[in-house]
Design a protein around this ligand. Structure first.
Ligand code: GCV
Length: 715
């Protein structure tokens, strides 16, 4: 007879079944980097002293989330129970609380002073005679961030035995934008329909919205704008605000503030006024009442994002007013509640005359906003795309970062890969973002002469001591199980959050963390995935747009297929000016559009001269003959041919690199990603042949290596 009573035997069977199903769970990518997979026993042993319960020093919603997350993560990773009890400190525990609460519990501890908002302290210490791990934040949200950081360390088997670590965010603004339409589609979204909206309403079931907020919080992101910057005015209807407040409820436990994109014409479009002139007192009144109503329903509302006078959107120019007039009228309504306005610098005329060689879309942001520096209220933030055009595979840093000294700024980076393969092709963007963030703009700063002025410091408000500023990522996650449409693309969301928290992290560190958490610490996995991710931007660039010509894609259509002719002879201004002798946009001061003149003098010098302009931006700044010889010693045309062949070859090699992982990772993701690499290899050949044949037909210059033109009509 069994030693176990029947129900206990059944329980044991069930437990085994649960254990097996956990082990064999389908890896859809839904858990992203929060898989909390069990450490192998020999590594779990390192945490033998890790407490088995948490003591929480407060009872706020966010602290409770922190406590639950810790219990969930610690029990899963260490494979033993972890209780989230609330009782007082009577045994070894993880202590969760704000610095003030910690002081009340243990006045003798010396917590760090002067930490910035949302910062945290992880400390191993003896408290009331018990061995404890302290997770103390300047805010409740800081405690939650500290819990995620602690779990990440354990999941990566990092020692925490004598931990004493302070972490604080580089900037207060760490937001994502979603370009979700109310009908449930997402503009430039490649991961399925909206998490928030369907059929013109907020979804009934917002479970995924809550899970999204958890992902965001785990990497320190504190705000999310849920609707498209091409905003539907109905979002501000009273009945819609009530619906949207349910999304804020889903975000709140994770400390993520909800914000909305708004249409500047709303006072007229939905407000019943006959004007939306920002200087009209009726309009100011309308915004004030609307904002008061929003805060009545969403007390922790973050603010508004505004796209105006751009790509057909109405704006202050309708009444001869400036972006500052428009931003300030809204900012003043938000100010008493602590809200902010993100006014996008992406303001340009998309009906530019392409025949005029002096016209240049790249100049628009600086031309529109630099003259207004100092006119914006201090709760306005100018949201500036990383480059002066539009998320191309390579662009220089926008000169506007250096053009605002008395105005808050945020950099806008695109996580969704609109122009970089739409998640169907691998393109890890952190190395690109780092080049921009680390780029020294050489701004003359009288209070700190000769100090570097990198973009990361300008946007964080550090250079000119601004009250706020930071980082915004256009994310566009959707209802697909793996969120972005591809498990590997989630490295871009992770990387954005990590850089927004600390832009000094290296791309190598970020991808190492992400790979360990998303896959495993198996050295083959770490080596292969890091190598693939870190090389992917250069590979993608080399077969879609080398030398800074921009992504030579179908710009009037899907922004995906190669279609170099679509850039020319229209008003969109993404011109490369290729003709039968030469290629590139002359943006010099001497002979071109003068765009170079928008940079500080040291940067002007760098880009103005062919002698110093880096090869990888040559065609962004200069118009040169195909026979022009690069710093590398190759001609432009031969470089273009070689780069496309090399890129396509390297894309094909992604397949064999990936194949080394068979048996090292789960079969689901192995097969899914293998199929993507096989597809990408084919696409790279399509790109290679389209661009090489096009440029060969235009120039008539043969490829020295006799690869190009065999099937193209002779010139
Ligand atoms: C939301 C590009 C995109 C548009 C986007 C726009 C913007 O032009 O193609 O889809 O609109 O940028 O950033 O406002």
């Amino acid at each position: 007879m069994s030693r176990f009573p029947p129900f206990a035997a059944l329980g044991a069977v069930l437990l085994c079944a649960v254990a097996l199903s956990i082990q064999a769970r389908a890896e859809t990518g839904a858990e992203a980097w929060l898989r909390y997979s069990a450490l192998p026993p020999q590594l779990a042993k390192r945490y033998a002293q890790f407490p088995t319960s948490a003591v929480v020093l407060g009872d706020s919603l966010v602290l409770k989330t922190a406590q639950k997350e810790l219990a969930r993560g610690a029990s899963q990773i260490l494979g033993r129970p972890f209780s989230a009890d609330n009782s007082s400190l009577s045994h070894s525990a993880v202590i969760l609380g704000t610095l003030d609460q910690l002081h009340d519990l243990a006045p003798n501890l010396n917590p760090p002073r002067g930490m910035s908002n949302d910062g945290y302290w992880l400390k191993s210490a003896t408290v009331h005679g018990f061995h404890c791990i302290i997770v103390a934040g300047t805010t409740d949200r800081g405690v939650l961030y500290g819990v995620f950081a602690l779990l990440s360390k354990i999941a990566r088997a990092e020692s925490i035995a004598s931990i004493d670590e302070i972490q604080q965010p580089y900037a207060p603004i760490r937001w994502v934008n979603q370009w979700d339409n109310l009908d449930g589609r997402i503009e430039r979204g490649y991961g399925g329909p909206s998490l928030f909206f369907a059929d013109g309403k907020v979804r009934d079931d917002l479970t995924r919205a809550g899970q999204y907020a958890r992902l965001l919080a785990s990497i320190g992101i504190n705000g999310c704008t849920v609707n498209n910057v091409n905003a539907d005015p109905r979002i501000l209807d009273d009945n819609f605000i009530a619906q949207v407040s349910r999304i804020a409820d889903a975000f709140r436990p994770w400390g993520v503030q909800l914000s909305l994109s708004v249409d500047l014409s709303s006072p007229k479009a939905i407000g019943g006024l006959d004007t939306f002139d920002p200087l009209d007192s009726k309009v100011a009144d309308w915004w004030r009442k609307k904002v008061d109503e929003i805060y009545r329903q969403i007390p922790d509302f973050g603010g508004f994002v505004v796209k105006a006078d751009s790509e057909g959107r109405l704006g202050p120019s309708t009444y001869g007013r400036t972006p500052a007039d428009a931003a300030n009228v809204i900012a003043r309504a938000l100010k008493p509640h602590g809200g902010v306005v993100f006014y996008r610098a992406f303001v340009y005329n998309h009906h530019l005359d392409w025949r005029n060689l002096k016209n240049d879309r790249a100049k628009a942001a600086y031309d529109n906003f630099h003259p207004l520096d100092g006119d914006f209220d201090d709760n306005v933030i100018i949201q500036i795309k990383n480059g002066p055009i539009d998320f191309q595979v390579r662009e220089p840093a926008s000169p506007l970062f250096a053009g605002l000294r008395h105005t808050n700024e945020a950099i806008e980076l695109q996580i969704t890969q609109e122009y970089t393969g739409q998640q169907r092709q691998l393109c890890f963007l952190v190395p690109m973002w780092k080049e921009v963030l680390d780029f020294d703009m050489h701004v003359d700063n009288p209070s700190a002469r000769n100090q570097p002025t990198p973009v990361k410091d300008l946007v964080a408000g550090r250079t000119f001591h601004r009250p706020t500023g930071g980082f915004v990522g256009v994310a566009d996650l959707g209802m697909d199980a793996n969120w972005l449409g591809s498990p590997l693309a989630m490295a871009n969301l992770y990387g954005f959050g990590r850089l927004a928290w600390n832009p000094n992290l290296s791309a190598e560190t970020i991808i190492d963390e992400w790979t360990r958490l998303t896959f495993s610490a198996d050295p083959v996995v770490l080596h292969t995935i890091s190598k693939l991710q870190l090389s992917s931007w250069h590979v993608y660039e080399s077969y879609t747009g080398p030398l800074g010509a921009g992504t030579l894609t179908n710009i009037t259509g899907n922004h995906y297929d190669p279609a170099p002719e679509s850039s020319e002879e229209n008003g969109w201004g993404q011109w490369h000016r290729a003709d039968h002798t030469s290629i590139g946009m002359d943006r010099t001061i001497a002979t071109g559009t003068g765009f170079v003149g928008q940079y500080p003098p040291a940067i002007q010098q760098l880009y103005e001269s062919l002698a110093t302009c880096p090869d990888n931006l040559l065609l962004f700044f200069h118009h040169v003959p195909y026979t022009y010889v690069l710093h590398s010693g190759k001609t432009v045309i031969q470089h273009i041919y070689d780069s496309h062949y090399d890129g396509a070859e390297r894309a094909r090699d992604f397949i064999s690199q990936w194949k080394t992982l068979q048996g090292h990772i789960d079969e689901e993701r192995y097969r899914d990603i293998l199929a993507r690499f096989e597809y990408q290899a084919g696409e790279a050949v399509v790109w290679r042949d389209t661009i090489c044949n096009w440029i060969y037909r235009l120039s008539g210059i043969p490829d020295e290596k006799h690869r190009v033109g065999s099937s193209a009509p002779s010139p």
